[in-house]
Design a protein around this ligand. Structure first.
Ligand code: NAD
Ligand code: RM4
Length: 254
């Protein structure tokens, strides 16, 4: 079943990991896809080729999401290529694991700017385009289980993910009158580049695995179905909601 036939889908940070999975998943569901990437030219180009091999159109637009101008350029580039924006997936993010007491100011500020400020301006630019088009749309933010729980080495990161979750709740209200739905997915621990070093520690990795009732850490493809669902008309009456995609990790306290 094709969930996004004829739609234009935009995904930030889509050269690798969860974003890449979402971009290719959207193409499998019949969408043309615009991807934002920051530095990984080879990853972005190969994502474009994979989408084109599925018979869909793709464009890759470079830009650092921390810069508010990137948001306008990304949305405009997608409109130039495909004429419209139907779905916007805010995915780009960083998590440079670091202790709290000596957190460098630059690490804190960069994490805020990429994960939260970047999301704010991207969502705003996508929403303005959807309002201009006049036929609604769907916005999906890749927040995190970290919106709900803390992390010793993530004191700069978890507030950005809680912020993103909150942003979807507020924009759901602000944009409901335009038929634009805003939701978030809250992934648990998904094996990607963002946590490769952190999970290279066998003890930590085994501990994280042991917290998951389904018995394994996640893969980027585990997010595809939940993101497609929230982006599609199957979720026509779902807005301001969040969907944990964590193999049950969050509820596994005792
Ligand atoms: P990843 O490192 O593979 O992907 C992150 C993507 O964001 C990369 O493509 C990267 O190039 C891009 N990016 C980083 N900074 C950028 C910038 N300034 N401008 C544009 N793009 C930028 O890791 P991932 O796990 O796929 O992360 C994707 C999202 O999922 C992040 O927002 C992350 O917080 C979230 N998330 C990940 C996990 C997990 O366990 N992997 C869990 C919960 C949430
Ligand atoms: C997630 C969650 C994961 C961690 C990534 C980096 O939000 O906390 O466990 O590996 O971030």
């Amino acid at each position: 079943m094709m969930l996004l036939e004829g739609k234009t889908v935009l995904v930030t940070g889509a050269s690798a990991g969860i974003g890449r999975g979402a971009a290719i998943g959207a193409a499998r569901h019949g969408a043309d896809v615009a991807i934002n990437y920051s530095r990984d030219v080879a990853g972005a180009e190969s994502a474009v080729r994979e989408i084109e091999a599925l018979g869909r159109r793709a464009v890759a637009i470079q830009g650092d999401v921390a810069d508010p101008e990137t948001a306008k350029a990304f949305v405009q580039g997608a409109v130039d290529a495909f004429g419209k924006v139907d779905v916007f997936v805010n995915n780009a993010g960083i998590c440079p694991f670091h202790a709290f007491l000596d957190m460098p100011v630059e690490t804190f500020e960069r994490t805020m700017r990429v994960n939260l400020h970047g999301a704010y301006f991207m969502v705003q630019a996508a929403a303005n385009q959807m309002v201009k088009q006049g036929h609604g749309g769907a916005i999906v933010a890749v927040s995190s289980i970290s919106a709900l729980v803390g992390g010793e080495y993530q004191t700069h990161y978890t507030p950005t993910k809680a912020g993103l979750h909150s942003l979807m709740q507020s924009t759901a209200i602000a944009l409901g009158k335009y038929g634009i739905r805003c939701n978030s997915v809250l992934p648990g621990t998904i094996l990607t580049d963002i946590n490769k070093d952190d999970l290279a520690d066998d003890a930590k990795r085994q501990y994280m695995e042991s917290r998951v009732p389904l018995g394994r850490l996640g893969a980027p493809d585990d997010l595809v179905g939940p993101i497609m669902f929230l982006a599609s008309d199957l979720a026509a009456y779902v807005t301001g909601a969040s969907l944990l995609v964590d193999g049950g990790m969050f509820v596994n306290l005792q």
